[in-house]
Design a protein around this ligand. Structure first.
Ligand code: ADP
Ligand code: MG
Length: 487
């Protein structure tokens, strides 16, 4: 029998006999008490209860999320080492909140709870990987440093990221860093762009890829969490440990750096960590909503260093990219979503991918729930509220500009008296679209087109409608313009 199997049997036995675990645990507690002192022990560690062992992992429970995070951050590694020393087959410690959903207890230090509750909802929802394997002498192996970082969302990989013009550069840089971290010129990698355009997705993808390749330790956390951890470390006078932990990772990723604006102490700490890591040849990946030079409120020296590696922006999505993303997500869901519906969504929801995804998910959930096919009508119905929020007002000026551009005529011809077909037809289309897309009355529209009479506008509407029925190519042109104006 191999050592590993013996170890496994020992675990199985221990699992069966809770009392055995209790004896181990009381020994561990004695050691912890001796190491950290009675007060620390009573404040943090006494509240731990021992849960089940599964394979090589033991679950420990804490009554609140705050305590759980704290204990994980401060004692995660140590608990792992001590358990491993007691029961060699136990190689990982999973810390969980005992009663999920229970109200968090009053934190022991005033105000210390606040940053914990600010942590991203996704972090809570995602499954927590266990604390890293404890044995210190072991060579470094691939791990998410869950003791100091948030877990990676398994859905956010390079495979599920849809590449298009607006994000291809950022994507290429992210891939490059995942393939060869710490290459000169790519360190730090600074990703920036608006909300919901895929920054976090790309960072998690880098992490997932590095872990798949093995042999690196990766820590990903939001800047907010970074600050929370830093403040907690100051409170417990363990900043040295915190710094050491941070500086022991191969790849440090800090998301939403703009959060550190105005938080001078945390910025300072980040700056030092940053320098120490880069000097030691480690990779840093940072995201923010603006470029380093536009992040006013960030210390100059930090801004400068952030801009020293590779700065890659993610632009707003284009219609084509939105369609590709929707196609990818729809086909992954297994629900048939007609192209017409995808186009409709891509036109209507242009602000960011998160909302687009949310709308599609709702449609898919609806289709699954009621077993009905997805149609354009159903879409308008199910997404009624979302679509309303995205309905934006189109102005007559915008319509005139777009139409003039489309047929390559001068904007002034929209209100000129010229009657040549080449200008009169586009003018009629613009009037038609103004009637369709705005709530202006016929006389109001007439006034905007060189003080024309409302009967002229009426005539234009009838004429364009007729032409669209007769001439599919013309109809397509007008439809295209309408969709462009609506998006
Ligand atoms: P950010 O961090 O920039 O605010 P996220 O990375 O959280 O945005 O992206 C928001 C959502 O949109 C996520 O669910 C993400 O998977 C999805 N998403 C964004 N861009 C893409 C893309 N190019 N391909 C696939 N999904 C994307
Ligand atoms: Mg993000």
């Amino acid at each position: 029998m191999t050592g590993g199997l013996e170890g496994y049997d020992a675990v199985a036995e221990a699992n069966a006999q809770k009392s055995v675990l209790a004896i181990h645990w009381s020994r561990i507690c004695e050691r912890l008490k001796a190491e950290v002192g009675e007060v620390e022990y009573r404040t943090w560690l006494r509240q731990i209860t021992v849960g089940p062992v599964e394979e090589d992992e033991i679950t420990l429970y804490l009554p609140t999320r705050f305590l759980r995070d704290w204990v994980r951050g401060q004692y995660g590694d140590r608990l792992g080492t001590l358990w491993n020393a007691e029961v060699p087959a136990i190689r990982r410690v999973e810390l969980q909140v005992a009663r999920p959903g229970a109200a968090p207890a009053t934190p022991p230090t005033d105000g210390a709870e606040a940053p914990a509750t600010l942590a991203a909802a996704r972090e809570e929802a995602a499954p927590r990987p266990a604390a890293p394997a404890p044995v210190a002498e072991e060579p470094r192996h691939a791990e998410v440093r869950s003791d100091l970082a948030a877990p990676l969302d398994p859905r956010f990989t390079f495979d599920t990221f849809v590449v298009g013009k607006p994000n291809e550069f950022a994507y290429a840089c992210a891939r490059r860093v995942a393939e060869r971290p710490s290459s000169p010129g790519f360190n730090p990698l600074f990703l920036y762009g608006g909300v919901g355009l895929g920054k976090t997705h790309l960072m998690h993808a880098i992490g997932a890829e590095l872990l798949r390749e093995g042999r690196v330790s990766v820590a990903y956390m939001s800047a907010e969490k970074f600050m929370y951890r830093f403040i907690a470390a100051i409170r417990s006078q363990s900043t040295m440990e915190f710094k050491e932990q941070l500086r022991s990772v191969d790849v440090l990723m800090i998301d939403d750096l703009q959060f550190l604006i105005g938080k001078d102490n945390t910025q300072e700490e980040f700056f030092h960590t940053f320098n120490a890591l880069v000097d030691a040849g480690r990779q840093i990946v940072v995201s923010a909503d603006k470029s380093p030079s536009d992040l006013s409120g960030l210390e100059d020296r930090l801004r400068t260093r952030l801009g020293c590696g590779m700065v890659a922006d993610i632009h707003a999505t284009t219609f084509e990219l939105r369609i590709s993303i929707l196609e990818a997500k729809a086909s992954a869901s297994g629900v048939v979503v007609p192209a017409k519906v995808l186009e409709f969504l891509a036109h209507k929801i242009t602000s960011n991918v998160r909302e687009l995804e949310g709308a599609l998910n709702r449609l898919i959930a609806h289709a699954n729930l009621f077993g009905r096919p997805v149609t354009l009508e159903a879409t308008q119905d199910v997404l009624h509220d979302i679509l309303k929020a995205h309905d934006r007002r189109v102005t007559i000026e915008e319509i005139q500009r777009k139409v003039a551009e489309h047929w390559n005529i001068r904007l002034t011809d929209m209100s000129s008296a010229r009657r040549a077909r080449a200008v009169a037809r586009p003018r009629q289309v613009a009037m038609y679209l103004a009637k369709q897309l705005t709530s202006r009355s016929l006389p109001e529209i007439g006034r905007k087109f060189g003080n024309r009479d409302h009967t002229t506008v009426m005539h234009a509407v009838t004429r364009v409608t007729e032409l669209m029925e007769q001439d599919p190519a013309f109809a397509e042109d007008v439809e295209l313009l309408r969709r462009m104006l609506e998006s």
